[in-house]
Write a new protein. Structure first.
Length: 136
């Protein structure tokens, strides 16, 4: 599973082996114990990757063959590509800009293939963080 944490300072992504339903249940329990509101809905999230990362073509081919509309790649401009993911949004309220997004690749695929795609998306995100923060 990929977990995208949207904060006031940006996006932080991580891979986790935790079951998404279990993670959501834990968040609900925590919110209840703290007396906090929690908003959960199915949806889509996205993040940008530099268009000039060579491995992006490999991801594009793998997604085209295996995932169809679960993961989308859309060219934003000549410098960036948007990666869109389906999953669950968890935040303090409906209009929050900060929160957590959980996505799991299709259960219809083998666990090995699913983990490979998730790991590859995560690796590209890590590479983009280095790429974007490096001086030109």
């Amino acid at each position: 599973m990929l977990k995208l944490n949207y904060t006031d300072v940006g996006l932080y992504m991580e891979r986790t082996m935790t079951n998404p339903e279990l993670l959501i249940a834990q968040r609900v329990l925590l919110a209840m114990r703290l007396g906090k509101t929690l908003y959960i809905e199915p949806g889509r999230a996205s993040f940008l990757l530099p268009a000039d990362i060579p491995e992006l073509k490999v991801l594009e081919m793998a997604l085209h063959q295996e995932y169809g509309s679960v993961v989308t790649l859309i060219a934003v401009d000549e410098d960036f590509v948007e990666v869109g993911l389906s999953g669950s949004w968890i935040a303090e309220d409906k209009d929050a800009h900060e929160g957590m997004f959980l996505t799991v690749m299709s259960d219809s695929l083998s666990e090995t293939l699913r983990e490979r795609i998730e790991r590859f998306i995560y690796k590209l995100w890590q590479m983009s963080e280095v790429h974007i923060s490096s001086p030109a």
